[in-house]
Every structure is written in structure tokens, then in C-alpha cells.
Write a protein that binds this ligand. Structure first.
Ligand code: FES
Ligand code: FES
Length: 165
């Protein structure tokens, strides 16, 4: 049996066709083959959420997934958005990115890409979350620095801008 497989994915609006080892994790594919190093690896236990991206297959709406818990070949045919694909074509920050920046929703920044992707997913489902719903929505993302207060404030502020995309 072949240990490699062909993979076709759209990442941040560009299509990629590659041959990968079937054991390759999606996060390694995104970082090492596609070059999306904004998606980071913070653990080896699928706990930290720093590798979170949005993934949609078929007609399913995009969902946040921990890209270290998905094989690259499982994403064949999928459309993926990483934190690097959130900004507008003119480079303007996505409202969630802007809110994290302006309200100091980060310190070391290691958790930030995953936090932002989970927040975007949360706000799509629930454009006006309570603080408890924000905390619940981000419960799969760990931050060692901030105590979460400013992260919740940032998501609340982004929600006030009616963020849905
Ligand atoms: S790298 Fe920690 S959950 Fe994926
Ligand atoms: S800002 Fe450092 S881990 Fe969250």
C-alpha cells in the first residue's frame, strides 16, 4: 500500500495540489509545504488550540478545527482559512484581529492565531455572545499569559462591530 497520497486543497484562497505522506498532519502540511507559519504548534496533545484553522468540506459551512488533530489527506477537497487569510485584500485587519490588537488581547502572542480563528468561528454562530459564551467558545484554546480578560474584551468588542465573516 502506498504511504503517500495526492491532496488538493484551497488555502487562504489559493489552490494547492501536493503529494503527501498519509501520516502527515494538516498543521505540518500547512506550515511546511504551504508556508502558513502563522498557524502554530503549541503542544503535542491536541490541547492548546494554537493550530486552529477554519475548514469546510463540500457544502458544509467552515468550522474551526485543531489542525494537529487532522491528517492532511482528510482535508482533501477542503477549503481552509488560516489566520493569514483573514485580512482583507488591501491588508486591512479582520475586525477580530483589530480588536485583539487594540484591546491587548495578547502578550507573547503564541496562542493568538488559534484564539482569533476560534473567535471568528464563535461569532459566526453567535454574533452577540455573552462573556460566558465567549469563554465557552474559546475553551479549547489555552493562553498562558493573559488571564483571558482582555481576550474576552476583544471578542466582545469585535462582536459589537457585528462581525460575521
Ligand atoms: S498544537 Fe496544540 S492543539 Fe494543536
Ligand atoms: S498571549 Fe501568550 S499564550 Fe496567550
Amino acid at each position: 500500500m502506498s504511504s503517500t497520497s495526492k491532496l488538493s486543497v484551497t488555502v487562504d484562497g489559493e489552490q494547492y495540489v501536493d503529494t503527501v505522506e498519509v501520516r502527515t498532519l494538516l498543521v505540518h502540511y500547512l506550515r511546511e509545504t504551504v508556508g502558513k507559519v502563522g498557524t502554530v504548534i503549541g503542544c503535542d496533545t491536541s490541547n492548546c488550540g494554537s493550530c486552529t484553522v477554519l475548514l469546510s468540506t463540500g457544502d458544509e459551512p467552515a468550522r474551526s478545527v485543531k489542525s494537529c488533530s487532522v491528517l492532511a489527506v482528510q482535508a482533501d477537497g477542503a477549503t481552509i482559512t488560516t489566520v493569514e487569510g483573514l485580512a482583507g485584500p488591501d491588508g486591512s485587519l479582520h475586525p477580530v484581529q483589530r480588536a485583539f490588537h487594540e484591546l491587548h488581547g495578547l502578550q507573547c502572542g503564541f496562542c493568538t492565531p488559534g484564539m482569533i480563528m476560534s473567535a471568528v468561528d464563535l461569532l459566526r454562530d453567535n454574533p452577540h455572545p455573552t462573556d460566558d459564551e465567549i469563554r465557552d467558545g474559546l475553551s479549547g484554546n489555552l493562553c498562558r499569559c493573559t488571564g483571558y480578560q482582555n481576550i474576552v474584551r476583544a471578542v466582545r468588542a469585535a462582536a459589537a462591530e457585528e462581525v460575521t465573516s
